[in-house]
Design a protein around this ligand. Sequence first.
Ligand code: HEM
Length: 450
Amino acid sequence: MIPPKPPARPDKVSLWRYVRLFRSDILSAQPAKLYRAWMAEFRTPFFRSFMANDPTLVQTVLKDRPDDFPKSDRIGAGLRPLLGDSVFLTNGAVWKRQRRIIDPAFEGGRLRDTYGAMYAAAQAAVDRLGAQADGTPHEVEAETSHAAADVIFRTLFSIPIEHEIAADVFTKFRDYQRSQPILNLAAFIPVPRWFPRFFKGQTKRTARDIRALITQLTTQRMDAIKAGTAPDDLATKIMTTPDPQTGETFTTEEMVDQVAIFFLAGHETSASALAWTLYLMALYPDWQDSVAKEAQALTGPDFKLVGKLRLSKDVFREALRLYPPVPMMVREAGCPERFRDRGVPKGSQIVLSPWHLHRHERLWDNPDGFDPTRWATENGKKCQREAYIPFSAGPRVCTGAGFAMVEGPLILSMLLRAYRFELVEGREPVPVAHLTVRAKDGIWLRITPR
Ligand code: HEM
């Protein structure tokens, strides 16, 4: 038995069929040989793109020479109305300055201060799920989204998801995604630049509404900081941290862009990962029982106890391997390159695919199997260093990686301690890439009190 894997397409298809497949789902649009290839070239009449699956190439692009491979501006197309100049989209000096100000808020030591808010959100998720623990099928992606959004609002602004503005941002955000299905994933690779990518009026309006709400929160916070009454949370930390090189802090305007990306990057990804982890737990009930048992050690919001959640962490890490929430990333070759003896022209799109790298048949033992014990094996350790990039790697690594690796196992453990999750017959989820890797028709599970 292997956990759900999307079907691959036939090896050869016409460009237009590929574009059509791609627009409906980026994962099933790829041929199976990509799970064995070190590199693949997609040649179209308009531009070329290269998928780099060779760990040394991934290392070159992400770690050794990141400045030569800036983020491709194609990705921004679908997100710019919402995200403006956020750290996720910028490059060069602007991006470096933003990271200098943001990174300290997410450092290890700071995580301890954030933990209380995270724990409160996990407890609230446990309480909410009580109403659904009736043994009938429930869709859990909606629940994990709710929980992850709650974590972001509590840690960033010290407000729970029930807060009027938080709840409003959360629902509007859902509308935003619905109004723009697959969020212009086409912006990711193989359609030419001139390909029409109009924003619907509705999409633009929703983006404007979300930004207005975030602006309200950020302005209020700026006032509270000036008045000396601001709570000590992530927003205050980021808004009061000066750039060590210039001494300047973010303006309210700049902070709004960053809050938008924290909300987006921080809740969609964690929600996807948690929902898949719960599904895997239903698929492997012995693992579920072990994690639930280990979770007895969580006797309160004490940061030291997180260290006890070893199985939970291994399970979550394995879920991130099989279902990396960000399935592919795109960079652009800033100058002509040679990759594996092939010429890569300047301007080529370089695709890094956690999805394929994490299941690469020439790198991993049992690549498609669920095995949280792999992290203790030689192969698992080597692959974790060289072929495991759910949070990307190098200077542009996810700012929230450490945060997410506490949040995920914590919520997982708290949920499993309280409830048992079981499969629903005929409801095997099919992974598809929306903004993050989701299940085509949601993830349905039966929930009962443990
Ligand atoms: C399981 C959860 C998460 C996963 C799998 C994940 C994954 C990623 C990945 C792969 C990237 C790089 C994207 C690229 O370079 O194209 C990224 C960037 C980013 N993530 Fe996360 N993320 C997670 C949670 C979070 C959280 C909780 C936050 C914040 C609270 C966050 C904030 C960011 C930001 C700000 C960036 C942009 C960094 C930059 O470009 O310099 N992420 N994330």
